[in-house]
Design a protein around this ligand. Sequence first.
Ligand SMILES: [Zn+2]
Length: 284
Amino acid sequence: MMRVWFVLFMSLVGPSVVWGGELTLQAAQVHNGEVAVVRWTGQPLVSGAVRFRDRVIALYADVDGAIALLPVGLNVEPGEYPLSAVLVDHQGETHSPQLSLQVIRLERPLERLTLPERMVTPQGKPLLERIARESALLKDAFAGHSLRLWTGFQRPVDDPIASIFGKRRLLNGKPKSPHSGTDFRSPLGTSIKSISNGRVILVGDFFYTGRTVVVDHGEGLFSLYAHLSRVTADVGDELLPGQEVGKVGSTGRSTGAHLHLTVKLLGERVDPMALIQALSVSRT
Ligand SMILES: [Zn+2]
């Protein structure tokens, strides 16, 4: 009983202190559309998981202990969310520290886009079938779950951001889904680097994203590079951080040379720049 009260007390005043270590949130506040980073620092765990909303997300080994990346989707309402952890130590004992995550609503700007109508509303059976096939391929790619490959993260190009993740969009006057990634204003032919270690799992030339590379970083984390003029990586390639995947272009549904980067974490699109900033490594 004493221990329960001790843990409860500690959870009210700050990071939860339990057996042999500490469970912390890298930032107690995040915006909707970002990633929350939970760290266990201390003795090795047999297993660990954190419950966030309706999901149980596993902790996996990190330098000083363990880490979990929680996707905070764009649609997550602002508020205070309890994070309940279950940690199993090498004596077989279970510990249940609690953390609290505050989600703050970020109002992203509205963007008005104009595209030729044939690009906005695809017509014809062959094209619609192509789009369905490509969407299934991407869905399959993002559904995989491999062991951790990522270390830290870095920008794919050095160029300025042209359009942020989550921007609300009006396409030819009609509301569309928010911007699914970050756009970089990069000249044609700019070398695009993988944002972290990973394995190339899909290369294609798709209707919407043009020449595209998808990299699996492990533990449900993926990056997608779109509209490339040229792909320079092959499926199965093991990438080091900063290794080239292709060159900037304007293929697919695009009106000019730029890089579109999407990051998917456990099935949710999250802000690539928020991830890169939260877990950045200096470039080698
Ligand atoms: Zn984009």
